[in-house]
Write a protein that binds this ligand. Structure first.
Ligand SMILES: *Cc1c(COP(=O)(O)O)cnc(C)c1O
Length: 436
């Protein structure tokens, strides 16, 4: 072995995502060796409650016996095969079920591995659709201020988080952000519904002027996650649907973070009683077990690609599209959602956690306390220098894995959390606030 390798600190070989590696000198990463339910255990045996579902992916706890069993069963049959020219039972079953449970006429599933790729696919498919039907000028994408759709180059163009975007701006397509309906930015005395309607007016003005060049509007349904769990009234989705219909523009609903019950309904769009033209799903799709994402679209889009010529097909692929193990994990999650009546039971859990969080809500440093389904968030007033890392460190002392976004603190626990764990979590957050 050469010297360089011997002297390499154990955690320097891994270049961690979204991390200034030098910060590891003061706060080294925690070595996790085991997970069980909402708990993660480190190498010393200490445990931490995963209050953020490991970056919003986990639905039913770590090492869930039912999901484990499904994957193990699949592992004995087929781990993976390419999806061009071949198919397998898990991907067929998953596609049929997704088509049955998603809103409206969404019925054709195109797979990838992560959320960003799913959004890339939706953008490409939307653009390509207009080419196919003879509207080649529709090449632009409208997105929401503070929106997040991933960080690969294509979707970074429609992501509006300066920290992620600014450095790479010269590489990106022109952006067309319209005002966010997020109620945090409403003027005093304006209701969430009024604020959403005001934002929709500006959307309509923009679209009315530019629709000949617009392919799609892409948005996160109900909750803008990466901008700090900004929540908005469902009327905006309703208006967005109407505006897209009026001006012949696709609506892409990014439900990567909010799909599968996060907002209190199976899909967030249901709360506005609309169906998008494309819905993108990832994260909770496999219960957070394996990388899996999907774009689900309607028959109109599908038909525009359906003909004898290869060149008119959607020629896009990822090596692991529709991975069999990941699809089995996803099917196991859908079973749990149905068999355990998860949407209804989450409602009871949310009521309970709201009770537990009353002292947090009333805390003098807490602003904009808000809640939607199984997501809670608030801003901390006058945060100290290095607030995010300080809060995270204090959280670990309370045995909570928690990771604020700027001065926005949020809780997004796995649905499998029980009452005792919810009390623990709420108590821990209060302790941290009291230590500020
Ligand atoms: C996480 C996320 C993405 C990106 O998904 P990755 O799997 O991280 O690439 C896209 N959109 C939203 C709304 C997300 O929360």
């Amino acid at each position: 072995m050469d010297d360089k390798k011997i002297h390499l600190h154990h955690d320097q070989a891994v270049w961690h995502p979204c991390t200034q590696m030098k910060h590891h000198e003061t706060f080294p990463p925690i070595l996790i060796t085991r997970g069980e339910g909402v708990w993660l255990y480190d190498a010393t045996g200490k445990r931490y409650l995963d209050t953020i579902s490991s970056w919003w992916v986990n639905l039913f706890g770590h090492c869930n016996p039912r999901i484990n069993a499904a994957i193990i069963d699949q592992l004995g049959k087929l781990e993976h095969t390419m999806l061009a020219g071949l198919a397998h039972e898990p991907v067929i079953a998953l596609s049929e079920r997704l088509s049955a449970i998603t809103p409206g006429d969404l019925s054709h599933c195109f797979y990838a591995g992560d959320g960003s790729s799913a959004n890339e696919i939706a953008l490409k498919m939307s653009f390509h659709y207009w080419q196919q039907i003879g509207l080649p000028d529709k090449t632009q994408f409208v997105s929401l201020q503070n929106g997040y759709h991933g960080e690969t180059l294509g979707v970074l163009s429609v992501t509006d988080i300066p920290l992620f975007r600014q450095t790479y701006a010269p590489l990106l397509r022109p952006a067309h952000p319209v005002p966010t309906p997020d109620w945090r930015f409403a003027a005093d005395g304006v209701t969430p519904e009024e604020h959403a309607l005001q934002a929709a007016v500006v959307l309509e003005e923009y679209v009315a002027q530019h629709h000949a060049h617009i392919s799609a509007l892409i948005l996160e349904s109900l909750v803008q996650g990466a901008s700090g769990m900004g929540m908005y009234h469902p009327i905006y989705l309703r208006r967005a649907r109407e505006i897209c219909d009026t001006y012949q523009i696709h609506l892409i609903a990014d439900e990567i973070a909010v799909g599968f019950g996060r907002t209190g309904t199976l899909f967030a769009c249901e709360q506005a009683d609309i169906a998008p033209d494309f819905m993108t799903l990832a994260k909770g799709l496999s219960g957070g077990y394996l990388p899996l994402s999907v774009v689900i679209t309607n028959n109109t889009v599908y038909e525009a690609f359906y003909c004898n010529e290869t060149s008119r097909a959607f020629l896009h692929s990822h090596s692991h599209s529709g991975n069999a193990l990941a699809c089995r994990a996803a099917l196991a999650c859908l079973d749990i959602i149905e068999q355990d009546n998860v949407i209804a039971s989450n409602r009871d859990k949310a009521d309970f956690l709201n009770q537990c969080l009353l002292p947090v809500r009333a805390h003098s440093s807490v602003k904009n306390f808000r809640h939607c389904g199984m997501i809670w968030a608030f801003e901390v007033e006058n945060p100290r220098e290095g607030f995010v890392r300080w809060f995270r460190q204090k959280g670990l002392e309370q045995q909570l894995l928690i990771r604020p976004l700027g001065n926005s603190v949020y809780l997004m626990p796995p649905y499998s959390i029980n009452q005792e764990e919810m009390e623990w979590m709420a108590q821990g957050v209060l302790q941290i606030l009291n230590a500020m």
